[in-house]
Design a protein around this ligand. Structure first.
Ligand SMILES: *Cc1c(COP(=O)(O)O)cnc(C)c1O
Length: 448
């Protein structure tokens, strides 16, 4: 490895970072992570912290997960690559499709289409939604609905359904025919509604109104995260997703759940769909599917998709990636799935999630800078910071970054996203690890 000064000086010199300005990466050296163990990572200066970000919501089983590493190494030795395009397949991808069909059976999902990540999975679901309607003779159904505050990756389709201007404006014009519904975000919403259940009804009414305005026969699909993740961990009232499902069904609109974060246990349920008791037509997954160790994703298909695509000899899927069903990714996912089930991670995600959520609420008693604490469904928690609780004025970036640095110095890496501190640690977190995160946050706030 090059020495520490070389790495620090060159970070922003030859590499453009995602979601950052090149000037910023040039002027401010980020944490350069060089090592890991369990749920912790260590930086180039030898400082070790609990990774409360869990990589990027993906390292659910921690960094030391040996079965996944072994599976990757073994697969590299036997078959490092083979495609699943027409005419060939590979054993790992076949076995994984079988296992995923069992895993998602309770969600009514029985077929997999493999991708190289979350954005690919979203793109696949949007495309196949349009094709579904064409196959059924409803070629006019081309539009998409989604939630404001939603994050659906950065491909052109995903960016078009994204509900955050930061990922849109610079890249417009995006896909025509994408419309956004208010998010069930109790702390801030256009209705000034503070009751989550009534807010869910208002958002659902807005969805009905938009469908009527556009014409149901022009809409292909609604895509949404079961719990808005990158938008600031916004869990809806439990009545919300079932109402959305009912409206989609009644109007012939496919429901896609974007579960790139929520699938495989993060919410304390095996999927977001199962958490809310809904059955989507498609589910986009990625991130934790390989514990972050290999870029991979899977879109799961429900009954309607299966019937339509499998009953028509002309239903050729004109879509796919060179790395769809990559054997190394598939082997990693197989090991990951086995380990996820063996450790029954949902139980620990729920218990540690409650601990973090309650701990953050206790911090809110102590620090006025905390305007809202959201979570309560597994290991997805956010602290929204304000400079004034009464007006809910968002915190400035400088103060947010001080909290982040204070927490880092005290032993936890957290994620700052706008005014939010987001906590999405590995699902194998211990009670002591969770306390380390809470104490580090306490120190971060106290440092202001
Ligand atoms: C991360 C994420 C994506 C995009 O996944 P990539 O692997 O970054 O392409 C899509 N949807 C949601 C909900 C995500 O959190």
């Amino acid at each position: 490895m090059k020495d520490s000064n070389f790495l620090k000086e060159n970070n922003g010199r030859y590499m453009w970072h995602p979601m950052t300005s090149p000037q910023d990466s040039h002027d401010n050296t980020p944490k350069i992570i060089t090592g890991s163990s369990g749920v912790s990572v260590s930086d180039i200066d030898g400082h070790s912290v609990v990774d409360a970000v869990g990589g990027l919501w993906n390292v659910n089983l921690g960094y030391s997960c040996q079965p996944v590493k072994d599976a990757i190494a073994n697969q590299l030795d036997t078959l490092p690559y083979y495609s699943t395009f027409r005419g060939t397949s590979n054993d790992a991808a076949i076995e994984l499709s079988y296992e995923l069909a069992q895993f998602f059976e309770p969600d009514g999902l029985s077929r997999a289409f493999f991708t190289s990540g979350g954005s690919d999975s979203v793109e696949t679901a949007l495309r196949l939604a349009r094709q579904y309607h064409k196959l059924r003779g409803e070629a006019g159904r081309t539009k998409f609905l989604s939630l404001k505050k939603g994050y659906h990756g950065t491909h052109m389709g995903g960016a078009s359904v994204n509900g955050n201007a930061n990922f849109r404006t610079a890249y417009e014009p995006l896909l025509p025919g994408c419309f956004h519904i208010p998010a069930p975000y109790t702390y801030r919403n256009p209705f000034n509604e503070t009751d989550p259940e009534r807010l869910a009804q208002l958002c659902v009414q807005a969805l009905e109104d938009e469908i009527e305005f556009q014409g149901a026969g022009t809409i292909a699909a609604m895509i949404m995260e079961p719990i808005l993740g990158a938008g600031g961990v916004i869990p809806p009232h439990k009545s919300f997703a079932p109402m959305v499902q009912e409206i989609c069904n009644r109007n012939g609109i496919l429901l896609i759940t974007d579960e790139v974060i929520t699938a495989y246990g993060r919410t304390g349920a095996w999927s977001g769909a199962r958490l809310w008791g809904i059955k989507p037509d498609m589910m986009a997954t990625a991130k934790a599917i390989t514990n972050g160790f290999f870029p991979f994703g899977a879109v799961m298909m429900g009954e309607r998709m299966v019937e339509t695509f499998e009953s028509d000899p002309n239903a050729r899927i004109g879509h796919g990636y060179t790395y769809s069903g990559h054997p190394v990714g598939a082997a990693a996912a197989l090991a990951c799935l086995a380990e996820t089930k063996r450790l029954n991670v949902v139980e620990n995600a729920a218990a540690r999630g409650t601990q973090l959520f309650e701990g953050c609420k206790a911090l809110m008693e102590k620090y006025d800078i905390i305007g809202d604490v959201r979570g309560g469904h597994g290991l997805m928690t956010a602290i929204e910071m304000v400079s004034d609780r009464a007006t809910k004025k968002p915190i400035d970036a400088m103060t947010a970054s001080k909290v982040y640095e204070g927490a880092y110095a005290a032993g936890a890496l957290v994620r700052v996203s706008g005014p939010n501190l987001i906590l999405s640690p590995p699902l194998v977190l211990t009670e002591a690890d969770a306390n380390t995160i809470l104490n580090a946050l306490d120190a971060g706030f106290a440092s202001l």
